[in-house]
Design a binder for this molecule. Structure first.
Ligand code: CTP
Length: 411
């Protein structure tokens, strides 16, 4: 992120004060932050406090006219590498989703040639209102990125989704967005229109291992490389789908054209998946740790202070099962993976039924198969129609074949 620049648009709402922390974190990471404070935002924080923290001018409608000589709307909207809107209000989302521009913030949001990352924050009933959800879907279809909102107690006393994502989380999403090409082509409307068998569809993919911390230096994890999941995300994007890849820690770069959300733990992966829904298909490829240490110490566990003779475990959420058993908003097709070392088919079929997913891709990961971490895979696709044995092939080929099959169902 060092050396990059962000245009931070701060909307109105009690969460506006968290934008100050976000600006500070970005500054500490070496990011240049220019800002726009909306009229609503300036009811909660002042342009002076934002400018003080960012060491850059904070633009408002008030200074709009004088600034036109200094830096016009268009230039302001394009000078940064990424536009971040935090908190994004229902009003701002609605304006951009519908092409309205009646103030500096909304004008810049439409005029920009860069990707926009929205971090919404609003009352739970507002967030779940069908019109707001429709606007969010539209913005996602138009290529906007989202982080949050999260669930919890709100300033208004109600409980539910609508809280601004933690500034640290927003920084992570900004980092991810900046690691990819953030420029929108000029002829966005025509050249961005996806084509292919999955055009207009949203696919959620999980990949990689999870890391479950014990103390600041130790964790429980597994040997998953993430290769198969990343290949699936890439194959679906290649077929025109909008793909959200929720990935545990891997060394792999984000596949081209895929929104990659990087997480560490199973619980973070669960939250990121919930935030990414709705989706037409969910393909859960991650090797999620079933358990996490039931303690996480702030400081390193030291031998001389008694050390550690046993690790108590707490159960992690089962992401596949949760998504497969959603009563509202279940993806049309939910696909799980079953990495087994013995009785591969029978164990996988039991897993498919237990978790409630439509298909399960079973593979033998016993030592010697080199499926774990390797570039090839031998899989058996299990569904209500029975079992289908696929030849031993590269993971990229497994991914393409699976994506074609998924497209037949959701396309
Ligand atoms: N999975 C998940 N969340 C978990 C555990 C697993 O989403 N907490 C998903 C995986 O992404 C995979 C499928 O469930 O798609 C099967 O994972 P696996 O670890 O093989 O299943 P488990 O239920 O953990 O069964 P076991 O470890 O007993 O074989």
């Amino acid at each position: 992120m060092q050396g990059k620049s962000v245009l931070l648009i701060i909307g109105g709402g009690i969460a506006a004060f968290k934008a100050l922390l976000l600006a500070r974190l970005l500054g500490q990471a070496g990011v240049k932050v220019t800002s726009i404070l909306t009229r609503g935002g300036s009811e909660f924080i002042t342009p002076l406090s934002v400018a003080g923290l960012t060491k850059q001018k904070c633009y408002t409608d008030l200074f709009d006219l004088t600034d036109e000589a200094e830096m016009g709307h268009i230039e302001l909207s394009r000078a940064a590498d990424l536009v971040v809107c935090a908190p994004a209000t229902a009003d701002l989302l609605g304006k951009v989703a519908n092409g309205l521009a009646d103030d500096l913030a909304s004008t810049v949001l439409l005029a920009t040639d860069k990707k926009v990352l929205f971090a919404p924050a609003m009352n739970v009933r507002m967030w779940t209102h069908p019109s707001v959800q429709r606007n969010v879907r539209q913005l996602k279809e138009d290529g906007a990125l989202f982080v949050g909102p999260t669930e919890g107690e709100m300033a208004c006393g109600e409980f539910g989704p609508g809280r601004l994502s933690d500034p640290e989380n927003i920084v992570r999403a900004i980092n991810d967005a900046l690691s990819r090409d953030t420029t929108l082509p000029v002829a966005a409307a025509s050249s961005l229109a996806p084509s292919g068998a999955m055009a207009g569809k949203h696919v959620l993919v999980t990949a990689g291992p999870t890391k479950e911390p014990l103390d600041p230096v130790r964790y429980i994890a597994n040997r998953s490389s993430g290769k198969q999941g990343y290949a699936i995300a890439e194959a679906c994007a290649g077929m025109g789908a909008r793909v959200t890849l929720v990935s545990g820690p891997t060394h792999l770069p984000s596949p081209v054209g895929v929104d990659t959300i990087r997480v560490e733990t199973a619980r973070q992966m669960m939250t990121a998946c919930e935030e990414a829904l709705p989706a037409d298909a969910a393909i859960m490829c991650a090797a999620v740790s079933d358990y996490r240490p039931d303690i996480e110490t702030e400081h390193k566990i030291k031998k001389e202070r008694g050390g550690l003779t046993a690790i108590g475990l707490a159960e992690n959420p089962d992401i596949l099962r949760t998504v497969a058993q959603l009563e509202l908003g279940r993806p049309k097709l939910v696909v799980g993976f079953a990495a087994e070392t013995d009785d591969v088919v029978s164990h996988a079929e039991v897993k498919r039924r237990r978790k409630g997913c439509d298909w399960i891709v079973a593979n033998d990961v016993s030592p010697g198969t080199e499926a774990m971490g390797g570039d090839n895979n031998s899989v058996i696709l299990l569904s209500d129609d029975g079992e289908e044995v696929w030849d031993h092939m590269p993971k990229a080929a497994v991914a393409r074949r699976l994506a074609e099959r998924v497209a037949e169902v959701i396309g």
